[in-house]
Design a protein around this ligand. Sequence first.
Ligand SMILES: *Cc1c(COP(=O)(O)O)cnc(C)c1O
Length: 387
Amino acid sequence: MIYLDHSATTPMDPEVFKAMKPYFIDSFGNASTLYTLGREGRKAMEAAREQVASLIGADTKEIIFTSGGTESDNIAIKGTAYKFRNNGNHIITSTIEHPAVNETCKYLEKNGFKVTYLPVYNDGIVKVSDIKEAITDKTILITVMHANNEIGTIQPIVEIGALAREKGIYFHTDAVQTVGKIPVNVKEMNIDMLSLSAHKIYGPKGIGALYIRNGVRVEPIIHGGGHEKGIRPGTENIPGIVGLGKACSIAEENLTKDMEKLTILRDKLINTVLEQVDDSYLNGHRTKRLPNNANFRFTAVEGESLILTLDSMGIASSTGSACSSTKLQPSHVLLSIGLKEVEAHGSLRISLGHENTEEDVDYLINAIKEVIAKLRKMSPLWCGSGI
Ligand SMILES: *Cc1c(COP(=O)(O)O)cnc(C)c1O
């Protein structure tokens, strides 16, 4: 099998698993206890906190461990909303956020908050001038993702952060798709809160972190013992935390090398497909995109058939078509960049990982050519190139 769906999840690095292993059975202590066994766990947790902080240029005191990207997003957004509801009830976000942000904003709308969903235009990028115009004296939070999980577009985070800082508004970014893949530095990027997740960077599922800049306050959304400064109570998942830390340190070590390798593979894939497959298009910005992301659309092809046929050829990939997975609506991201529903149905997302080779990409290109030709032959929508 050739795995090309790394934006959905990644295989766990064996080195990560090796680092985690002792903390399941031998060193199982509760990190809140005073005896040696507990201290061992606590020491491992604090070492992991340093590894996470180092990858994003944060201080260790600014890292809160959570159960993943979804929980980090929820704490940042609801936590700010609840803490500052007396200062204002307005939140600014984009139309292409991950459901962990999008649905949280929608929930807050049902509970007295007002949310502005900014457009992203055809290239999938938010305009900083739109944010500027949307800000009111009631705005308490701007949350815009660093890079999109479907179309890979990278947002002007530095400028958004600078604007938020100037206006005294908190700025949160969902960086689940960028941390460990492209350089992220929370200080240089003017970020107040940042979400990250281990399983998108060869770590275990069910563990992540929220960076909260020193001095930024949020209201906890769950309550319990005082773990993680009371912001995320609950006995710490030490094996998961150790795995997240290890995944971060491996990612930091290989960042430049992986970026260069993936960019070359991505560009070969994009250029060859656009050149050799009739009526194929790229979704999202050509260059302001993740080094591992390509998102195509093919006229008169249905995404689900495309994914299943590629699967039968040993390729794991993804689509924004409604018929795929369990969703009823086509991808809100693809609709937000101006695609018609029928166009959104013909999309294919390829997300590469560092274990992919040029042979994988060549095999994929040939498979795409073959499958598109085959599906179009059967499609009632296809009347030849140029429709
Ligand atoms: C995967 C993903 C999440 C959710 O992270 P989990 O750890 O799976 O909860 C949030 N945001 C983005 C952009 C993602 O890609």
